[in-house]
Design a protein around this ligand. Structure first.
Ligand code: UD1
Ligand code: CA
Length: 454
């Protein structure tokens, strides 16, 4: 049977106190809705329908490249109404699964179980909670059969004591669901068309309602405010850290790693505390990352070391490299094997050859360095003339004295030596010493000025 997934995302999310619609708030660096869409896609549905309302243009724009049908619910008249607006696009023979844009941790395996239970009729996903306040409660008859769902605001004191809660997630054959939705009224405490009333409607037709239980109560947590969002972020991060530890990644503290993207790693890697991973990060074997580093879209080769407080973005490192502490590698940085970039060095679009060193306090941008180059402290590639960027090329074995300015475009030949403090504006030949600064002189007998009297 073909599966159609309806994701409800029309709510305003007032309690977030944000200009951004709730489903665009980030969890682990990606919008809440992205997590739900990925889980939905894992079920291989015929179609995913997203019901949007408040901030709809922003939501649609954020997911423009996804194969989703967008359904507008101009006025939020309740969850039953929200599903109903998507129904015209869903054929009778389909199975419908209802998910929520603000319930991001729901897992595909729980949903597969729910879908199995929905083969004959309505199946709801419930959860046993110590504190079910705020949730709809599941009403069962003495034999244990599901009879209905009562919302918190409509519940009696006795019903409020029920701990089995409605997660909101359900699945049903489309033709049946269509019938129940058409029959809904809004005669309740909130004046809304409740999706949950489909349960009583099914029971009234003599059709049993199946209930599947969520394995893990974290899966069904929703986000209404920033406190809950922060709580989910910790759960999510903890799960990722646990999975990585199980895979054999060494972590100084699983509670102090944040992955906002994807981390792949070889054997015997170790990550110290307070490291942030963004985008796609790949570590080879034996890579060590010191505390307080940010790694975004980087590939790091075997046995390389990243020391504390380094920021690497869009960089590729071969094996046995050393970076930091306090280094900043910007996009287009490529370090060959055994290259070293030390403290307070910034690189951008820079190829650094095998065994080359930029150990302290330098800016190297738009540059190609050969092997075994030594860049002294305080070297700057002056790559920008105010309008265009230019290349600095430094060939194998060159030695750049401290506090040199290399005014690009400029080429330093192999084994060349640049005297400290030079401002190099023309190409420097191979092997030679190039001095581009005024010569030191001493004036003997010179007197310091003295204060003039009155
Ligand atoms: C709903 C359930 C409740 C369940 C709880 C779980 C109903 C009537 N109640 O209550 O049994 O325990 O979820 O969290 O379904 N939405 C729309 N359009 C609307 C109304 C809601 O898209 O017109 C979306 C919201 O953006 C939200 C979701 O549906 O993501 C749930 O709506 P909400 O009003 O928060 O329902 P609850 O009162 O939490
Ligand atoms: Ca809610």
């Amino acid at each position: 049977m073909e599966l159609h997934i309806v994701i409800l995302a029309a709510g305003q999310g007032t309690r977030m106190k944000s200009r951004r619609p709730k489903v665009l708030q980030d969890l682990a660096g990606r919008p809440l809705l992205a997590h739900v869409l990925d889980t939905a896609a894992a079920l291989d549905p015929a179609r995913i329908h997203v019901v949007y309302g408040h901030g709809g243009d922003q939501v649609r724009a954020a997911f423009a490249e996804r194969p989703v049908s967008w359904v507008e619910q101009a006025e939020q008249k309740g969850t039953g109404h929200a599903v109903d607006v998507a129904m015209p696009q869903i054929p009778d023979g389909a199975t419908v699964l209802v998910l929520y844009g603000d319930v991001p941790l729901i897992g595909a395996s729980t949903l597969r179980e729910l879908l199995q239970a929905a083969a004959q009729g309505l199946a709801i996903l419930t959860v046993e909670l110590d504190d079910p306040s705020g949730y709809g409660r599941i009403l069962r008859d003495p034999e244990g059969a599901v009879r209905g769902i009562v919302e918190q605001k409509d519940a009696s004191a006795e019903q409020l004591a029920i701990r089995e809660a409605n997660t909101g997630i359900l699945a049903a054959p489309a033709a049946q669901l269509r019938g129940w939705l058409e029959g809904l009224d809004n005669d309740n405490a909130q004046g809304e068309y409740y999706l949950t009333d489909c349960v009583a409607a099914s029971v009234a037709q003599g059709r049993a309602v199946a209930a599947a239980q969520a394995a893990d109560e974290d899966e069904i947590l929703g986000v209404n405010d920033r406190l809950q969002l922060a709580g989910l972020e910790r759960i999510y991060q903890r799960r990722q850290a646990s999975a990585l530890l199980r895979e054999g990644l060494g972590l100084a503290d699983p509670a102090r790693l944040d992955i906002r993207g994807r981390l792949r790693h070889g054997r015997d890697c170790h990550i110290d505390v307070n490291v942030v991973i963004e985008g796609e990060v790949v570590l080879g074997d034996g890579v060590r990352v010191g505390p307080n580093c940010v790694l975004r879209d980087v590939v790091i080769g075997d046995d390389s070391r990243i020391e504390a407080f380094s920021h690497l973005d869009g960089a590729t490192l071969a094996g046995d490299c050393q970076v930091g502490p306090y280094a900043r590698l910007r996009p287009g940085t490529e370090l060959a094997a055994r290259a070293k970039v030390g403290n307070f060095v910034e690189t951008k679009k820079a190829q650094v050859g095998e065994g080359s060193k930029i150990n302290h306090l330098s800016y190297v941008g738009d540059a190609v360095l050969g092997a075994d180059v030594n860049v002294g402290a305080g070297t700057i590639t002056c790559n920008y003339d105010g309008a265009n960027k230019h290349l600095t090329q430094i060939d194998d074995g060159a030695f750049i004295g401290s506090n040199s300015a290399l005014v690009a475009p400029v080429h330093i030949g192999a084994q060349a030596t640049i005297a400290a403090g030079s401002t190099v504006t023309r190409d420097a030949p191979a092997e030679a010493l190039t001095v581009a600064r005024s010569r030191q002189k001493s004036i003997s007998g010179w007197r310091r000025p003295t204060k003039s009297k009155g």
